[in-house]
Ligand binder design. Structure first.
Ligand code: ADP
Length: 492
């Protein structure tokens, strides 16, 4: 039993239930002391000779030394990807390419427990989520795009689809392996090769994925992984040998990337921030809506770009809804990500915790009313209690800025027109939710909400066949479905 487990076991659950700790075993993963860069199918020492430490955000325990790739390292990776593109991958019969993707999908399924534990350890998300959501979806993306790999001519009839070349892919830390799958699977299915940079705080599952590539016998250089912080990402963006950049991350960095590659002819897709409205009408099934609201904002500690962080409630039901919500909030278990009972895990990094804290303080200073259920947070690591703000002014920072943490802002509306106007009153447009019994109202709302995805009577549902992406400052380009193949193809 770790110290964290002991502390949790002694903390009474606020609901009155007591839970025995049910930690998932760490034995299934073995972590190297340090990792080099995966280039051309080999592990290379970084030319930069720079390293940094990756930790577990739940305990601040050091896990491994990670290479900080410099310009020379990125250039080697791009060269390896170019060589594999020209000599192995782009000319390979597409049915054979599909075979490799199917193999990767199956190996991910077989090794899913190992990956799930590592994901929770390095990123802080509850094992329940990495086991039941991240891993099955990552494998599903490889299965889905494996299916398209030899059918591109049918997917895009009369358009003669062909690959682009080398794709530079930069991903964030909130869904490390899943974002890798979203990026790598369509790129390979379309016949491109890849240089991928994972986020600096969560490199371990991407590095374990290299082992899957070897197991699958993927030709060397088809996928290359370079680790490091934003400087490594910037080197990848500006390398002239990269034909396409796919980026998921903050709007600020997305804008900088767009500026950097303007005029170079490189293709670009951006999946950026969000401030989604989750709209609850007075005829909604309230208990179901409560579960949806909880899922929309506390899933993955709110580290979700499509999180339903602005709750818009019809005025006549705001009181019963908020009181039910507070009661439900008190039953959430916050703590050890590896415990199978945990609902809300650790905040991913010290920097992210500071950002959440600063925004929550601004909410209090601007006059909103804060509620946090009684819950005991572990002393070590990075934690933030699930939070609800009521009396939120539309113009306040907590109603307009992306918090990327377990913090919900409740606003109200009276008419459907007002709901639409408030929901769209944001610089972002990634997702939205609607809760109502009326099918006609769902369609009416979906036509008017300026968001890439609109969920009705549910939230945070993902499927590889369904395109995902944003409007306005949430970016452009789609991932998932046939739409997700297009950015990786050139048409004659
Ligand atoms: P977040 O705020 O969610 O950490 P970032 O946009 O900072 O989002 O990070 C997302 C990814 O972009 C990470 O892999 C990060 O290392 C990378 N990154 C950060 N700065 C840059 C940059 N200037 N150019 C390219 N990639 C960058």
């Amino acid at each position: 039993m770790t110290e964290l487990d002991r502390r949790q076991a002694s903390a009474p659950a606020p609901s009155g239930w007591t839970y025995a700790p049910a930690p998932e075993s760490r034995e299934v993963v073995s972590i190297e002391e340090r990792y080099g860069l995966y280039v051309g199918g080999e592990w290379l020492e970084p030319r930069s000779q720079e390293w940094y430490e990756t930790i577990s955000p739940a305990s601040e325990e050091p896990l491994a030394q990670i290479a900080q790739a410099g310009a020379e390292d990125v250039a080697l990776a791009v060269d390896a990807a170019r060589g594999a593109y020209e000599n192995a991958w782009s000319g390979m019969p597409s049915a054979r390419r599909a075979k490799y993707l199917f193999r990767i999908a199956r190996i991910l399924q077989e090794r899913s427990r190992e990956f799930a534990v590592l994901e929770s350890l390095n990123g802080g998300k509850p094992i329940r989520e990495s086991r039941d959501i991240d891993l099955p979806l990552a494998a599903a993306h490889f299965f889905y795009y494996a299916g398209w790999a030899d059918k591109l001519e049918y997917a895009f009839p009369n358009r003669r689809p062909g690959p682009i070349g080398v794709a530079g892919q930069i991903i964030p830390w909130n869904f490390p392996l899943l974002m890798l799958a979203w990026k790598v699977a369509p790129a390979l299915a379309a016949g491109n090769t890849v240089v991928l940079k994972p986020a600096e705080t969560t490199p371990l599952t991407a590095l374990l994925f290299c082992d899957v590539l070897r197991q699958a016998g993927l030709p060397p250089g088809v996928v290359n992984i370079v680790t490091g912080d934003g400087r490594t990402g910037a080197e990848l963006v500006k390398h002239p040998g990269v034909d396409k950049i796919a980026f998921t991350g903050s709007t600020e960095v997305g804008k900088a990337i767009q500026r950097e590659i303007a005029g170079t002819g490189k293709r670009l897709t951006l999946e950026l921030g969000g401030k989604a409205a989750n709209v609850v009408f007075d005829d909604a099934a309230l208990d179901g809506a409560i579960e949806g609201i909880i899922n929309a904002i506390y899933f993955n500690q709110g580290h979700v770009c499509c999180a339903g962080s602005r709750l818009l409630v019809q005025e006549s039901i705001v009181e019963p809804l908020v009181s039910k919500l507070k009661r439900r909030l008190a039953t959430l278990r916050v703590g050890d990500p590896l415990d199978k009972n945990t609902d809300v895990g650790a905040i991913n990094s010290r920097g992210q915790l500071d950002q959440i804290t600063e925004l929550v303080e601004s909410g209090v200073a601007e006059g909103a009313e804060l509620y946090q259920p009684p819950c005991r947070l572990p002393e070590r690591g990075y934690w933030f209690a699930p939070t609800v703000f009521t009396n939120v002014a539309q113009s306040s920072r907590i109603a307009t800025e992306e918090i990327f943490g377990p913090v919900l802002s409740v606003l109200t509306f009276r008419t459907p027109e007002e709901a639409v106007e408030k929901a769209n009153n944001t610089a972002y447009g990634l997702s939205a939710g609607v809760w109502t019994e009326k099918g006609s109202r769902i369609l009416w709302m979906a036509q008017r909400l300026r968001a890439g995805v609109v969920w009705a009577n549910t939230f945070n549902r993902f499927d590889p066949a369904s395109p995902f992406g944003g409007y306005k400052e949430s970016g452009f380009g789609r991932e998932g479905g046939l739409h997700g193949l297009e950015p990786y193809l050139e048409f004659e």
